[in-house]
Write a protein that binds this ligand. Structure first.
Ligand code: UDP
Length: 219
């Protein structure tokens, strides 16, 4: 039997990722029947935007040489839980990216990423597991991005920035560039509000908003 591919999550995020997954598989010569939504929620239709919707148990029960899943759920802690579950069951993390993503030199992209249309990753960048970069976001030179990091649409992440695990960056946020050897750091699990202009490091767990970004909720 052939490989089976899943977009895990059939809500907003998943429905945005499915067309990218479909196109990616078409280019790889995989028939669209081998691509499904997987979702643990109740009351989902059997077919969504032309693709079958399976429970996780059904996904595991379906004959397949190898199973792959991209975790298309914005909440990073859920992504981490599901990554663990998938690893236990031998489901491979799957990276899905739009055809027009631009990736420059020496980009190390961890497993299970989602790169939406118009994302740009410039040069000498390291990115951890299960990164989400939504529409039009960019990551500039010499950035280090942790695991389970989420960029909403239009995030401008300039050079020499460190974004730690589970940070969430809201739509249209601008993060000021750091310096070589002295990066601007977005701490673990921090939340940057939409449209924020981040001019200095953000402590772990804090929520910052505004221009210049100020702490709204301490970590
Ligand atoms: N979900 C799931 N397993 C989980 C947690 C969530 O399948 O352990 C599904 C949930 O049923 C829903 C989707 O993931 O369909 C999350 O959708 P939501 O609208 O909350 O977020 P988004 O699509 O924006 O990430």
């Amino acid at each position: 039997s052939q490989d089976l591919y899943a977009v895990y999550g059939a809500s907003g995020c998943g429905r945005g990722v499915m067309p990218l997954a479909r196109q990616q598989l078409r280019q790889a010569g995989v028939v669209p029947e081998r691509l499904v939504f997987v979702d643990d929620g109740a009351g989902l239709p059997p077919l969504l935007n032309g693709q079958r919707v399976l429970s996780y148990a059904q996904f595991l029960a379906e004959p397949a040489r190898q199973r792959h899943a991209v975790l298309a759920i914005a909440a990073s802690t859920i992504r981490e839980q599901l990554a663990q579950r998938c690893a236990q069951d031998g489901v491979q993390p799957w990276t899905v990216q739009a055809a027009n993503v631009v990736t420059m030199d020496a980009v190390e992209l961890g497993a299970g990423a989602i790169l939406s249309p118009f994302v740009t990753l410039t040069s000498n960048i390291r990115i951890g597991r299960h990164f989400h970069a939504n529409l039009y976001s960019y990551v500039e030179h010499d950035c280090v991005i942790g695991d389970f990091v989420t960029f909403a649409p239009g995030v401008m992440c300039n050079g020499n920035i460190v974004v730690e695990d589970h940070a969430y960056i809201g739509t249209g946020a601008v993060i000021k560039q750091g310096q070589p050897g002295k990066p601007l750091v977005i701490g673990r699990g921090a939340v940057v509000g939409m449209g924020a202009v981040v001019t200095k490091s953000v402590p772990a767990g804090a929520t910052v908003v505004g221009n210049p970004a100020r702490v709204l909720v301490k970590g």
